[in-house]
Design a protein around this ligand. Structure first.
Ligand SMILES: *Cc1c(COP(=O)(O)O)cnc(C)c1O
Length: 421
């Protein structure tokens, strides 16, 4: 089932023609389908019922408060990686007792904010971090619930930039130092050790690396438990991949069932932090053709959306399917689809064979709901684009397009007194 579908020759999101939205909000923009989002929620949620689980959606994948609010209303919590994400999650109505806080560089201010909000737990990534959390908690007269993020040194077989569970990565605590980290934290008076955490990477398309990691974590869990720690939460992170081109990632229920087998006998709560899987294919990026440019050696389709709007192709050489919103007949040609940014990495797709497109045509860039808008920037002084959410035959602008005034709103020209000598 798909909610981005062609009727006749025209792309719809649910019951709304994409072209109609473009004519009202302009281009480029992100477009999300509530039906797809709801279906992805349900599949993951149902699959997780074979376990005693808590699902904490990974806010960084798509942080729009409308998207967050939908998932929180359904009962999910949040996996956050910054004070800004905590702020967003709270504004979107999260239950703070369902918030877990990951990330290698939590600052004192962020730790204080999280403690005052009484989040469920910190996923601690180093010993200096647990010492700082202990200090801040002491000052606030609070007790901080923590788990350690363990780096199990398994290869997730994904792009190197989204691998996080290899010993060369900056993430987590080396598995060899895990036991002593627990013992050290156990001595701290403002720390309550409640969990064990691991997240090995993103866009995993095989089940084996997950299984390897969970086996390693289970072994460690038994050792920690034997030392007298009560591990009430076992956080297994996110990372399940999606289909961008022809990947065949495991179904969530396959994943959950194999975890259930490995963790047989564990009675605590299992936390999952899915991101991409929930929102990735619930969104597209819509951009307009500005020029067709033939350099003599290559055809370029130059569009009004660029790497500042959708950085995945430039950053990871990621593939996104690109199709015209209105299909035309006509000769097929091979082209690079590129943005207006002054960087050679500014492309959305390379060597794409498509029916010829004309200036003014709309292109849909698929699978753009995760790490799309949330990774966008103002580079080249481009206002960030609009985000639109469709529900059946209605659409809602859930983030208005930035203006030129927004670009300089926080800037000032100082009244300095400098003379050229
Ligand atoms: C990014 C991230 C996730 C989500 O990863 P997906 O691949 O989008 O599911 C979960 N947990 C942590 C700690 C992360 O950094």
């Amino acid at each position: 089932m798909n909610d981005f579908i062609f009727k006749e020759n025209e792309l719809y999101c649910e019951d709304v023609p994409v072209e109609q939205i473009a004519s009202e909000v302009g281009t480029p923009f992100y477009l999300y389908s509530l039906a797809t989002l709801g279906r992805h929620f349900s599949v993951f949620n149902e699959s997780s019922k074979v376990l005693n689980s808590l699902i904490c959606y990974s806010v960084k994948a798509n942080s729009n408060i409308a998207v967050l609010n939908f998932l929180f209303k359904m009962g999910w919590g949040a996996d956050i990686v910054s004070g800004g994400e905590l702020f967003r999650a709270l504004k979107a109505g999260v239950d703070a007792h369902k918030v877990v806080y990951s990330g290698v560089g939590k600052t004192e201010g962020e730790i204080e904010f999280a403690l005052k909000s009484d989040i469920l737990m910190f996923n601690v990534e180093s010993l200096p971090e647990v010492f700082l959390i202990d200090k801040v908690a002491g000052r606030l007269n609070a007790k901080a619930r923590v788990s350690f993020r363990i780096n199990p040194n398994v290869d997730p077989k994904t792009h190197p930039y989204i691998s996080t569970g290899l010993k060369k990565n900056k993430f987590g605590i080396n598995i060899k130092h895990a036991l002593s980290a627990y013992e050290t934290a156990g001595e701290l008076s403002n720390i309550d050790v409640v969990g064990l955490d691991c997240h090995i990477g993103s866009q995993l398309t095989e089940i084996a690396p997950f299984n390897d990691a969970v086996e390693i974590i289970k072994e460690l869990l038994d050792k920690i438990t034997a030392k007298g720690f009560n591990i009430k939460y076992l956080d297994l992170g996110g990372g399940l991949g999606i289909t961008y081109e022809n990947e065949m990632p495991p179904h969530p229920s396959t994943y959950m069932n194999s975890i259930k087998k490995i963790l047989k006998g564990y009675e605590g709560r299992i936390i999952f932090e899915p991101g991409r899987l929930i929102v990735g294919n619930a969104g597209i990026f819509v951009t307009k053709v500005i020029y067709n440019k033939d350099t003599g050696s290559k055809n370029f389709i130059i569009v009004d959306g660029g790497m500042n709007d959708l950085i995945r192709p430039a950053l990871y050489e990621a593939y996104h399917e690109i199709v015209p919103v209105i299909k035309r007949d006509g000769p097929r040609a091979k082209s690079d689809v590129v943005g207006p940014i002054c960087e050679s990495a500014d492309f959305l797709g390379k060597d794409r064979v498509m029916n010829s497109v004309q200036e003014g045509d709309l292109l849909a860039v698929f699978s753009a709901g995760a790490y799309g808008f949330s990774m966008s920037s103002n580079y080249n002084s481009r206002p960030r684009v609009a985000e639109v959410l469709v529900d059946k035959d209605k659409f809602y602008i859930i983030r208005i397009r930035e203006t030129y005034d927004d670009l300089i709103a926080k800037e000032t020209i100082p009244d300095y007194n400098y003379n050229i000598t």
